[in-house]
Design a protein around this ligand. Structure first.
Ligand code: SF4
Length: 445
C-alpha cells in the first residue's frame, strides 16, 4: 500500500496502483480484458503509484508485464506485446494532490468564504502537478522519494514559489522555520540534474519588495538558464483574509514596482538576452499602464501565471481582425449580447470590442463585473462567481451572455460559488456561452 511520505503532508492513505476509469472499445486494453475499476499495480515488476508512473514505466516499451488488481479482487499478471507507440486505450483516475505543510501569510485558502467548495481548500504542493499543469510548489516539504522521482522521471520543468531568497523573509512568508524555508540545496540538486526551474514571487508590499526583491531576482538570475524565468505577481487579498501583516497592493505601489523592475529588466536583457523577471499583467493594469510589447515576453514562459496574457490577447485580436477584414462576420448585426469579464481586464476588452462593433456592425457590450463574493480587490475574470454575475444583472444587454470559460471548473460547468451554468442561464433568462478566445473567434465566423 502506498502512503504519502511526509508526516505533515499526509492527507489520506492511497490504494495500491492506479485505477482505470475508461476503456476504449476495440483497443489494446479491451483486447487484454481490462475494465473500468481495475487497478494497475505494477509494470515490469515496478510499483505504479499513479498515471505518471505508468507513463514513465511503459514509455518506449513494446514488451510488458502488467500486474492488475481486478475489480473483482483477483490479481492478474498479463504479458503484453504491442507495436511501438501503440496506445493502450484507457484513461486513469486523476492524481490526488499531495498537500503542503506551510502556513503562508497570503494563502488563497485563507481568502475563501467559509462555505466555498471543499476543493478550493486543497493546499496542493505536488511536484507531479507542477510538471503537468504548472502548479507552483515551495519545495519546503519535498521528500527524498519525490526528489528522486523528479530527476529519474525527468519531471521538468518545475514551477517553484521562491518569494524571497532572504531566508528570514521566506520563512516569515511561508510560516515555517528557517531550516525548512531554505531550499537552496534542493534547488541546486534539481538544477544539477538538468531540471529546469520557473520561479514565482508573490509580491507583498513592505515584506518582500524593495531590496529583498532586487536580491531575489539577482540570486535567481545568477542561475540562468537553469532558472529560466521569474514571475512577479501581486498579492491578492480577498475580503476574508484579514491578516494585519498584509498590506494591500495599490496603484502607487504598482507604479513604483514598474519603475524599479523596468531598470532591472533592462540590465537583465543586456546581460542574459531575455527579460527573465516578468511582472504580472495585473501590476501594469492596476498601475494604469499598458502592458509591454510582444518581444518583452519572448516565448511567454509564465503565461499561465497571468504574465503576458493581455499582450497575447492583443496579438490574437489583431489576427482575428485581419481575418474578419477578409471575410465579414456572419450575421454581424445579430451578434447582440454582453461579454462579462473582471473589472481589471474590462477596459482593455471594451476598447477592442467597441472597435469591432464600429467596423463590422456587431452589437457586443462589455461588462466589468465587480467581485462581491471575494471582495472588490479581486479583479480578475477567472475568479468571477455566479452570485457576482447575478448581482450585475442590470449591466447585461442583448440576447445572450458570454462569460470567460476559466471561471468554470475545468471538468464541470460550475462556478466557484457552486452555481451551475444552467442555473445561471435560468436566472438570467438568457443563454450563457462560456468561451475562451478561440471559441469566441469561431463564433464570429
Ligand atoms: S504553499 Fe500554497 S497552498 Fe500551501 S500555504 Fe502556501 S499558498 Fe497555501
Amino acid at each position: 500500500m502506498y502512503e504519502f511520505a511526509v508526516a505533515p503532508a499526509v492527507t489520506q492513505i492511497r490504494r495500491r496502483g492506479v485505477e482505470i476509469t475508461e476503456v476504449t472499445a476495440s483497443s489494446l486494453a479491451a483486447e487484454l480484458e481490462l475494465e473500468t475499476g481495475d487497478r494497475i499495480i505494477k509494470v515490469n515488476g515496478r510499483t505504479v503509484r499513479d498515471y505518471l508512473d505508468f507513463r514513465f514505466q511503459t514509455g518506449g516499451e513494446t514488451e510488458l508485464v502488467l500486474n492488475v488488481l481486478k475489480r473483482s479482487g483477483e490479481e492478474w499478471e498479463i504479458e503484453v506485446e504491442r507495436d511501438e507507440g501503440e496506445d493502450f486505450g484507457f484513461t486513469f483516475e486523476q492524481i490526488v494532490p499531495r498537500q503542503c505543510a506551510n502556513e503562508c501569510l497570503f494563502c488563497f485558502c485563507k481568502g475563501n468564504p467559509p462555505d466555498a467548495r471543499p476543493s478550493l481548500f486543497i493546499r496542493d504542493e505536488d511536484i507531479r502537478l507542477s510538471f503537468l499543469y504548472g502548479n507552483y510548489t515551495t519545495l519546503t516539504s519535498i521528500t527524498e522519494d519525490e526528489m528522486r522521482r523528479v530527476t529519474e522521471q525527468r519531471l521538468s520543468p518545475q514551477y517553484v514559489s521562491v518569494h524571497a531568497t532572504d531566508l528570514d523573509v521566506r520563512a516569515y512568508l511561508l510560516g515555517v522555520d528557517k531550516k525548512r524555508a531554505d531550499i537552496s540545496a534542493k534547488l541546486r540538486r534539481l538544477m544539477d540534474a538538468g531540471i529546469e526551474i520557473h520561479a514565482q514571487i508573490v509580491l507583498c508590499p513592505e515584506i518582500n519588495d524593495g531590496e529583498v526583491l532586487q536580491r531575489t531576482i539577482s540570486d535567481l538570475a545568477a542561475e540562468y538558464p537553469r532558472v529560466r524565468s521569474v514571475a512577479i505577481v501581486p498579492l491578492g487579498l480577498t475580503r476574508y483574509n484579514e491578516d494585519a501583516r498584509l498590506v494591500p497592493v495599490t496603484k502607487e505601489f504598482c507604479q513604483q514596482i514598474i519603475r524599479e523592475i523596468t531598470l532591472v529588466q533592462d540590465e537583465l536583457r543586456a546581460k542574459l538576452g531575455t527579460t527573465f523577471a516578468f511582472l504580472g499583467d495585473e501590476i501594469y493594469l492596476r498601475a494604469g499602464r499598458s502592458v509591454p510589447t510582444r518581444k518583452h515576453y519572448g516565448d511567454y514562459p509564465q503565461i499561465e501565471d497571468g504574465v503576458g496574457m493581455v499582450r497575447f490577447f492583443e496579438n490574437d485580436f489583431r489576427a482575428l481582425w485581419r481575418k474578419l477584414a477578409r471575410r465579414q462576420p456572419r450575421d454581424a448585426a445579430q451578434l447582440n449580447g454582453t461579454i462579462l469579464t473582471g473589472t481589471l481586464f474590462a477596459p482593455v476588452l471594451r476598447k477592442r470590442i467597441d472597435s469591432l462593433n464600429e467596423r463590422f456592425g456587431t452589437k457586443l457590450h462589455v461588462a466589468g463585473i465587480e467581485n462581491r463574493y471575494f471582495g472588490a480587490e479581486i479583479v480578475v475574470a477567472g475568479l468571477l462567481t455566479g452570485s457576482c454575475i447575478l448581482a450585475a444583472r442590470d449591466q447585461v444587454e442583448g440576447e445572450f451572455v458570454i462569460m470567460p470559460s476559466v471561471a468554470l471548473k475545468s471538468d464541470e460547468a460550475i462556478m466557484l460559488d457552486g452555481l451551475k451554468l444552467e442555473e445561471l442561464e435560468r436566472q438570467l433568462g438568457l443563454p450563457v456561452h462560456a468561451l475562451d478566445f478561440d471559441s469566441f473567434a469561431r463564433m464570429l465566423g
